[in-house]
Write a protein that binds this ligand. Structure first.
Ligand SMILES: Cc1ncc(COP(=O)(O)O)c(C=O)c1O
Length: 387
């Protein structure tokens, strides 16, 4: 039987990613490689800066194109998206607009949260809020473990879509339904999954969603987006703010503090312009491949990783069901950083996190690359170190 192939022109897409000539990038859970599209977008900004010196109108239009591209990716409208420099900044701005209300002072989060998001919630304890934690069990968060901590005192439920350590997915629709049933809002960090599968904030009934673009969205650091539901947005007043959060930033009215309509009220300072150009190009590249097609191919790659890793004596941290995780697979090893360095010296990019080495393929990877990476992993991690 012929080996499976993706339903798009893999060779043509691979030719657009120069790194693939020398390297096997399986570190998309950390930083995706550069493509011709993202490089051209960055250069267009540098050329504009060089040729005309200053072109604020065109540069702001570039930021709005990125806003619109991100909105389309998650089924939202552009005015439901704020532009930030990081998930930390976006989430801090959101937190500053939440509570504490007399009867609702609790934030429910999980031990699968990326630390920066958990830290933003913990910082709210100084403002009179408190955090309730849902545990991680065997590398996954179990839906039923939300139940004991959800009640009428819950202000917000914070759920990461894909757990950064193991890739394990959470059932966002079910979490939103549980949160809303007790009158709480829902925030999702989708950084580890956007670009790997379709996601629609309206169908899922989410209130907030944040993500940057340097992982599976094929972008770079320095920019992140925050979706804010129009059902509640205009009742929120972030105090982590700046002049771009105003209705008319260019009025330069020092004495007038208003909040722009829609999610722009969560914008802060001068936006990350070159990063926006790159983010838009990365998102468009992903959209051109197609999210459903990426989901299907990365599940095939993920299955190969899980089966091939186990066949070589590695234990998977988290779920082994490729339909219930991001493309990331985490193998337990005694020294993940040593494994990452040894793989890198063989031209394979992986990413160490905690007790595991993560291999995170994307739409451009081949089954042969997975096999080569697993062979190399088995070479650099002796059986006694496959903890
Ligand atoms: C799930 C997740 N959230 C957030 C971050 C980081 O967010 P920030 O943009 O604040 O650095 C990462 C990784 O860098 C991540 O994997």
């Amino acid at each position: 039987m012929a080996p499976p192939t993706p339903p798009y022109d893999l060779v043509a897409y691979r030719a657009r990613i120069p790194l693939l000539r020398t390297t096997i990038p399986l570190n998309n859970c950390s930083q995706a490689p550069q493509s011709d599209a993202t490089r051209a977008a960055a250069l267009a900004y540098l050329d504009s800066w060089d040729a005309v010196g200053m072109d604020w109108d065109a540069w702001m239009a570039e930021v709005d194109r990125a806003r619109a591209a991100f909105a389309a990716l998650i089924g939202a409208a552009p005015d439901e998206i704020a532009v930030s420099s990081s998930v930390s900044e976006a989430t801090s701005s959101l937190a500053s607009a939440l509570g504490p209300a007399r009867e609702r002072r609790r934030i429910v989060s999980t031990h699968a949260e990326f630390p920066t998001v958990g830290h933003v919630w913990l910082a709210q304890e100084r403002r009179g809020l408190a955090v309730d934690w849902v545990p991680v069990t065997d590398g996954v968060v179990r839906l039923e473990d939300y139940d004991p901590v959800l009640d009428g005192r819950t202000l917000l439920v914070s759920a990461t879509h894909g757990y950064y350590q193991t890739g394990a997915l959470q059932d966002l629709a079910a979490i939103a339904q549980r949160a809303h049933a007790v009158g709480a809002l829902v925030y999702v960090d989708a950084y580890q999954t956007l670009g790997t599968r379709p996601l629609d904030v309206k169908t899922l009934d989410l209130d907030f969603l944040a993500s940057g673009t340097l992982k599976f969205l094929m972008g770079m650091p320095g920019i992140a987006f925050l979706y804010v539901s129009p059902k509640i947005c205009d009742h929120l007043y972030p105090t982590v703010t700046g002049w771009f959060g105003r209705e008319h930033p260019f009025a330069f009215d020092l004495g007038k503090l208003d909040w722009a309509k829609g999610a722009r009220r969560f914008d802060t300072g001068t936006p990350p312009i070159v990063n926006a150009a790159v983010a838009r190009a990365g998102i468009e590249l992903i959209a051109s491949v197609g999210l459903e097609r990426i989901r299907s191919w990365t599940e095939t790659l993920s299955r190969r990783l899980v089966e091939g890793g186990r066949a070589r004596g590695f234990a998977v941290l988290g779920t082994t069901d490729s339909t219930r995780k991001a493309p990331t697979t985490a193998f337990r090893v005694r020294d993940a950083h040593a494994a990452e360095a040894a793989l890198r010296s063989r031209g394979i990019l992986a990413s160490a996190r905690g007790p595991a080495i993560r291999l995170a393929p994307h739409f451009y990877n081949t089954l042969e690359e997975i096999d080569r990476a697993l062979d190399a992993l088995a070479e650099v991690v002796p059986p006694e170190e496959r903890a």
